[in-house]
Ligand binder design. Structure first.
Ligand SMILES: Cc1ncc(COP(=O)(O)O)c(C=O)c1O
Length: 268
């Protein structure tokens, strides 16, 4: 089911700025047994994004009601919420028009269970992320870098591709954030110049802190991943995937991915 501004339609103005300029934001969240997981965090990121872009944030209660409505009856679903600046006159100048809200339910992604059980093989993507501090961290609608990166491979044995910034620093996967166990610390890349600050990344950081695992957000070089005792990827739909192979190299499986997965499952 799809709701556009609360109505069960699947049409949108051809003048919508989400379509014209990618002028908007999105959230993708898991719904289990009618409950949207981590709703307050998704809502908070959406609101932060709206504030940064100067888009009117949707009413929180109404958005929750629409999320529950589109996923009603599904044991498991993925709900995608899109908020755009709405339709406007031609040209980049933002108008004062009302925002557009799209709330849609989809089936769960259907990744092979082995990904979670045995870990995943990942590759390096040639496509680099551009630097854009003004948009860094946001889950905005401009995802062409990820589209180009994901088009680089179609081998079903490769679950994810890692992306670097123009200086070669590791930033994230095409649809995931990355953690590496390095020198007694759990390290995740600094996202102040590019990348999406994931809800699951935030949860992993908090959960690791609660388990007294030292964590650091910092610039991460690809060569460091060669010495990592463990690497894992995360997002709101998959939870945590530990990496078993990076390019041609086998990556050791460590205890942290499993410990964190268990602790996160307890939190619900
Ligand atoms: C580019 C990118 N980075 C990171 C993430 C992880 O975000 P989250 O944990 O909020 O699902 C996603 C999720 O789709 C993504 O597309």
């Amino acid at each position: 089911m799809v709701l556009v501004n609360g109505k069960a339609v699947q049409t949108l103005s051809v003048h919508d700025r989400g379509l014209l300029y990618g002028d908007g934001l999105f959230e993708t969240l898991a719904v289990r047994g009618g409950r949207p997981l981590q709703w307050p965090r998704h809502l908070a990121r959406l609101k932060r994004g709206c504030a940064r872009l100067g888009i009117e944030a949707p009413d929180a209660e109404g958005l929750l009601e629409e999320t529950l409505r589109v996923a009603a009856g599904a044991r498991r679903a993925v709900v995608k919420i899109i908020v755009t600046r709405g339709a406007g006159a031609r040209g980049y100048r933002p108008g004062a028009g009302p925002a557009t809200r799209i709330v849609a339910a989809h089936p769960p992604p259907g990744h092979p269970p082995a990904y979670r059980r045995d870990g995943v093989a990942v590759r390096w993507c040639a496509t680099r992320l551009g630097l854009n501090p003004a948009l860094a961290g946001l889950k905005h609608l401009n995802r062409l870098e990820q589209v180009l990166a994901r088009a680089e491979w179609d081998d079903p044995d490769i679950a994810e591709g890692l992306m670097q910034d123009p200086d070669g620093n590791v930033i994230e996967g095409t649809m995931t954030n990355l953690f590496a166990a390095l020198g007694g610390e759990l390290v995740t890349p600094d996202l102040s110049r590019c990348g999406v600050a994931g809800v699951m990344r935030e949860r992993v950081l908090e959960c690791a802190a609660a388990l007294a695992v030292p964590c650091r957000i910092r610039v991460l070089a690809p060569a460091e991943l060669e010495t990592a005792r463990e690497i894992f990827l995360c997002n709101s739909l998959i939870g945590i995937w530990s990496v078993r192979r990076l390019g041609e190299r086998n990556v050791p499986r460590g205890p942290l991915a499993e410990r964190l997965t268990a602790a996160l499952a307890e939190e619900g």
